[in-house]
Design a protein around this ligand. Structure first.
Ligand SMILES: Nc1ncnc2c1ncn2[C@@H]1O[C@H](COP(=O)(O)OP(=O)(O)OP(=O)(O)O)[C@@H](O)[C@H]1O
Ligand SMILES: [Mg+2]
Length: 309
């Protein structure tokens, strides 16, 4: 089931003015139940705009969709959603616990449930020592943690997080990643925006890349980072020069790296032919894998290719 379904969402800011900005252009995507979905893109790509459209904070110029089965622009789904906004600000005279209470009350929670939930959420984000401290004294990372606790106060089915680890130190980021994975294990759906690609790579089941309001890639991290037709073959033994000459003549690109051959081959048949050649030359094969790029390399690649167009 699609938890988020967006169909051809377009958002143009200042449509009639001189400075019309197309923040989203016919964006279609689906987020499935129980996955961690990452929306990536450079600054100004339209990530926050998309979240705001989903949450009915801004109205799209065109397009439609559903959120937890209800049409976008209606409020029914909101009770089942948690939201951590980008650059959130809470009244700084409140303590951490008071912020949670405030948002819990806004969600319509009964006091008895709320008290226990506040304690639980503070513990979940590692802020149980700081609940009595006014948030004006919080560090950036502490603010993010309390923001995350706020997004989870109503035990939502869908959590929408705009840059959840912004300003959080490496240890804290790891804790937040673990927390998001635990939420997924509980069957919740997590939708997040992030710049931190190495992090997204670690936790997201699927990702989409947005550039200038347009969707340019969508898939699992594995799908997006696979380099087509490049294989790494682990070997033991000496590859005879005759084989290298043969490969050069047939324009098969082979590079030797330590105990591995990195090969660009047209297809799997060519891979098998190469393995036959190696085996015939008494070279042992220790493993074969597809070459992968990091998500960051892939991201830089696709965005710079777009820039050149
Ligand atoms: N209220 C607004 N009025 C006019 N233009 C806006 C408004 N909000 C966003 N924009 C423009 O829409 C585009 C997309 O902005 P958005 O905030 O969605 O980007 P983003 O992908 O979240 O970027 P970042 O990674 O910096 O958070 C930008 O060009 C931005 O200037
Ligand atoms: Mg943003």
């Amino acid at each position: 089931m699609s938890i988020i379904h967006a169909e051809r969402i377009t958002k143009v800011f200042n449509p009639r003015g001189k400075g019309a900005i197309t923040a989203l252009s016919e964006l279609t995507l689906d987020v499935r139940e129980g996955e961690i979905f990452g929306l990536l893109g450079p600054n100004g790509a339209g990530k926050t705009t998309f979240i705001k459209v989903l949450l009915d904070i801004i109205t799209p110029t065109a397009g439609n969709g559903t959120l937890l089965g209800s049409p976008l622009g209606t409020s029914k789904a909101k009770a089942m959603i948690g939201y951590l906004p980008e650059n959130h600000r809470y009244p700084d005279f409140l303590t951490g616990a008071q912020v949670l209470r405030y948002f819990g009350k806004l969600s319509g929670m009964a006091t008895a449930t709320l008290d226990a939930r506040i304690v639980d959420r503070l513990r979940l984000v590692g802020m149980e020592q700081w609940y009595k401290t006014k948030i004006r004294k919080y560090s950036k990372g502490m603010m993010q943690r309390i923001g995350l606790a706020q997004a989870l106060i109503n035990d939502p089915k869908l959590v929408i997080l705009d840059e959840p680890t912004d300003g959080v130190d490496p240890l804290g980021r790891k804790e937040i990643r673990d927390l998001l994975m635990r939420l997924r294990d509980e069957g919740k759906t997590v939708f997040l925006n992030s710049h931190l690609l190495s992090e997204v790579e670690l936790i997201c089941d699927r990702v989409a890349i947005l550039n200038k309001g347009r969707l340019i890639r969508i898939g699992t991290v594995k799908e997006l980072t696979m380099q087509e037709n490049t294989f790494r073959i682990g070997i033991q033994g000496v590859v005879p020069d005759t084989l290298h000459t043969q490969w050069e003549a047939t324009r098969v690109s082979v590079r030797k790296e330590a105990e591995e051959l990195v090969c660009m081959l047209p297809d799997v048949t060519a891979l098998n032919a190469m393995i036959d050649q190696l085996r015939a030359a008494d070279v042992s094969i220790t493993r074969i894998s597809e070459q992968r790029q990091s998500l960051e390399d892939m991201f830089i690649d696709v965005i710079s290719r777009e820039e050149m167009q």
